[in-house]
Design a protein around this ligand. Structure first.
Ligand code: GTP
Ligand code: MG
Length: 217
């Protein structure tokens, strides 16, 4: 039997990829992503000069691919249209900021959220409230204005803040999650969960050492 939804999704993906309105929408997400990235770069430079060490180690930007846009709309039962993308998806434009220390995550994110052109739509603090599997990160959904030829438009951007250690953990857990057949999946999950706790303990200890060095106590 032909999977009608699957077939439709395939067609939709093709239409999305090759039409100007879709490319225009993605261009807008890209502009919003660059705006937020620039804000983070500016904060990083200034905090770097003031504190003699930059708050983030690296920053990665990505726009969701057409197939992953269609897959997510389909999985969540939303219409596969351009309006639906804007209404229902918060993570078409995504930025991941990797910091060395937990304090840096909060000082960067608080300063970003305090800027008067940034609208904070949602904050998910999986550092204070980790997921059951041990996942930790701070997620922000932001809305930011972009200035186009004839309009000012608010676009959504997802920003994820992690320490190097949290990112290391999330990359491995992501691999496990998307691998179809895993021997002893339960044992691996519990091993990962225990690694997450150890990683967190390490993050907290490293933070304490840094505080002692910074404040000379
Ligand atoms: P998505 O549909 O996956 O976007 O989830 P959501 O809309 O419920 O949002 P949430 O903030 O929980 O997760 C957003 C993103 O964070 C995901 O797309 C992943 O990049 C990352 N993420 C969330 N939970 C996990 C997890 O348990 N493990 C890993 N490796 N990444 C996660
Ligand atoms: Mg996502």
């Amino acid at each position: 039997m032909v999977d009608e939804l699957g077939l439709f999704a395939g067609v939709a993906e093709e239409i999305f990829q090759n039409t100007k309105p879709y490319r225009e929408l993605m261009m807008k997400y890209n502009c919003a992503m660059l705006e937020v990235k620039t804000k983070l770069d500016v904060l990083n430079s200034q905090l770097g000069v003031e504190h003699e060490s930059s708050p983030f180690e690296s920053i990665h930007c990505r726009i969701k691919t057409p197939s992953s846009v269609v897959e997510k709309l389909k999985r969540r039962g939303f219409p596969i249209t351009l309006n639906s993308i804007e209404e229902n998806l918060n993570d078409v434009a995504g930025i991941r900021v990797i910091c060395s220390f937990i304090d840096d995550i909060y000082s960067l994110s608080e300063r970003l959220c305090a800027q008067d052109d940034v609208k904070v739509i949602e904050v998910k603090d999986y550092i204070k409230n980790p997921k059951k599997n041990g996942y930790r990160s701070l997620h922000l959904i932001l809305e930011i204005p972009i200035f186009l030829l004839n309009e000012k438009k608010f676009m959504r951007v997802e920003v994820q803040f992690r320490t190097i250690a949290m990112d290391f953990w999330a990359s491995l857990e992501h691999k496990v999650r998307y691998k179809k057949e895993i021997c002893d999946a339960e044992a691996i999950s519990s091993e990962l969960k225990s690694c997450a706790e150890e990683i967190n303990a390490l993050d907290v200890r490293m933070q304490e050492i840094k505080r002692k060095i910074d404040y000379n106590v």
